[in-house]
Design a binder for this molecule. Sequence first.
Ligand code: HEM
Length: 106
Amino acid sequence: AEGDADAGKKVFNKCKACHAVGEKAKNKVGPMLNGIIGAPAGKVEGFKYSANLLELAEGGLTWDNETLAAYLTKPKDVIPKGKMSFAGLKKEEDIANVIAYLSTFE
Ligand code: HEM
């Protein structure tokens, strides 16, 4: 289903402690997320990723609707030894909406 970017902006409040988007976005606890939809994993300049994420990135992990939905549902299912300490989003709708929101930042 198509997500709603406006609703996704609110969902992104759960990500903001660690991630920034927009014109002045910088890396925080997590990498900045401009342009992340469709991008290969592990490529944000200046961010120190986990070895596990880099290994999967080497294997071709890309952030599309499907991989990102899985990661946001349960980060450890996608990157078992990754360092994103986030419980995950429970509602499919929230996931679709936050992805729609993220896709507005190039
Ligand atoms: C990595 C999204 C919440 C910390 C990532 C990546 C994405 C993402 C797409 C991979 C980036 C890349 O490959 O360049 C999100 C979204 C969130 C969220 C949409 C909210 C729904 C959080 C929270 C934290 C966090 C709350 C901190 C407590 C991290 C860290 C990484 C990461 C440390 C790097 C993981 C690693 O190197 O293994 N996040 N995140 N994220 N995120 Fe999040």
